[in-house]
Design a protein around this ligand. Structure first.
Ligand SMILES: [Zn+2]
Length: 192
């Protein structure tokens, strides 16, 4: 039997996280050990999208974990643990997390993606409007900026493509203006 059919049978053809019955697909819980049923869940497109993209995570959708965290399936428990960890600042996910039990080996597996690592320690870069800037984004200068150590002025309205982030300091990003790599202060840019 194919893995998809086995999963469909195991889950009674429902998302093992939220019970949705549409757009289901096998989803490997990374780092997958064997690539078999033991490390794969059957999940809907909504769940998979949100698991993969923290920015699209809708906390309310994950109220479904109230039930599915009690699944007998270890890979389902692993994803439940990771999503609850990601959302724990909401309060209720932390309460559920406190009720969960994973043995040492599975806890190690759950932690492998660093989900929910203290993001107070994580440096987040935001533009003048508070929008998060990620490495590779493009920004536009909203102010004329003198470039340190040169007579050059980076003009307001200049687009800076594919910026990189200063991982030590949330106020600085770097990018090329007129072929020159410069440091830019985040409060003087707007994300494009
Ligand atoms: Zn789902």
């Amino acid at each position: 039997m194919s893995i998809e059919r086995e999963l469909s049978k195991r889950s009674q053809n429902k998302c093992e996280l939220c019970s949705n019955e549409e757009n289901l697909a096998p989803y490997a819980v990374l780092p997958a050990k064997n690539g078999d049923l033991q490390d794969t869940i059957f999940a809907c497109a909504t769940c998979i999208t949100q698991i993969e993209d923290p920015e699209q995570t809708d906390a309310n959708h994950w109220r479904c974990l109230n039930d599915s965290m009690w699944s007998e399936q270890i890979p389902v428990q692993i994803i439940a643990w990771r999503m609850l960890s990601r959302l724990r600042k909401e309060g209720w996910p932390q309460d559920l997390l406190d009720m969960m039990y994973l043995d040492d080996e599975n806890l190690e597996w759950a932690k492998a993606t660093n989900e929910g690592e203290d993001d107070e320690d994580k440096i987040i870069h935001r533009d003048s409007n508070g929008v998060i800037i990620n490495a590779g984004d493009s920004v536009v200068l909203i102010k004329d900026l003198p470039v340190k150590g040169s007579s050059m002025i980076a003009k307001r309205g200049t687009a800076v493509r594919r910026v990189s982030l200063d991982h030590e300091n949330a106020e600085y990003i770097e990018g090329k203006v007129d072929g020159q790599q410069i440091v830019i202060i985040t409060k003087y840019v707007k994300k494009l």
